[in-house]
Design a protein around this ligand. Structure first.
Ligand code: CU
Length: 130
């Protein structure tokens, strides 16, 4: 019954092995995060989820600093730390965010946030200031 999970694990393991050989450049915040996520940073954000068949939303939590807010576009940009649930390293990126979120914070705020990932789209669903 765990075939899918095993396949994903094997895929990640293979990617990790492949990345290990060329991951010579120092990367900020390179802690114990998997290398594939760091590799994804070189491409577009569409590759970030690293789980092409995943359609069920993933709930995750993160911490970060608000670097931009675009209320018209309904987005918030966060310089966030690693998010293990999404296999993301630390990075700066934009998320969808409802007015209830964007009205609650301002640029420079350090926040804890809840995230819902659906496919390659991330939406911040809750924030609280640290
Ligand atoms: Cu990110």
């Amino acid at each position: 019954m765990n075939y899918t999970r095993l396949t994903i694990a094997l895929g990640i393991a293979a990617l990790t092995a492949a990345c290990g050989k060329k991951a010579e450049t120092p990367v900020a915040a390179e802690t114990n995060q998997a290398a594939p996520a760091t590799e994804a940073m070189n491409g577009d954000m569409g590759n970030m989820a690293m789980a092409p068949t995943a359609v069920a939303p993933i709930m995750a939590k993160g911490r970060g600093t608000v670097t931009a807010i675009d209320k018209a576009a309904g987005t918030i940009t966060l310089d966030h730390g690693p998010i293990p649930q999404a296999k993301w390293p630390a990075m700066t990126m934009a998320f969808k965010a409802a007015p209830a979120i964007t009205d609650k914070v301002k640029v420079g705020d350090k926040i804890d946030f809840d995230l819902t990932l659906t496919g390659n789209t991330g939406e911040v669903t809750a924030v609280s200031k640290q």
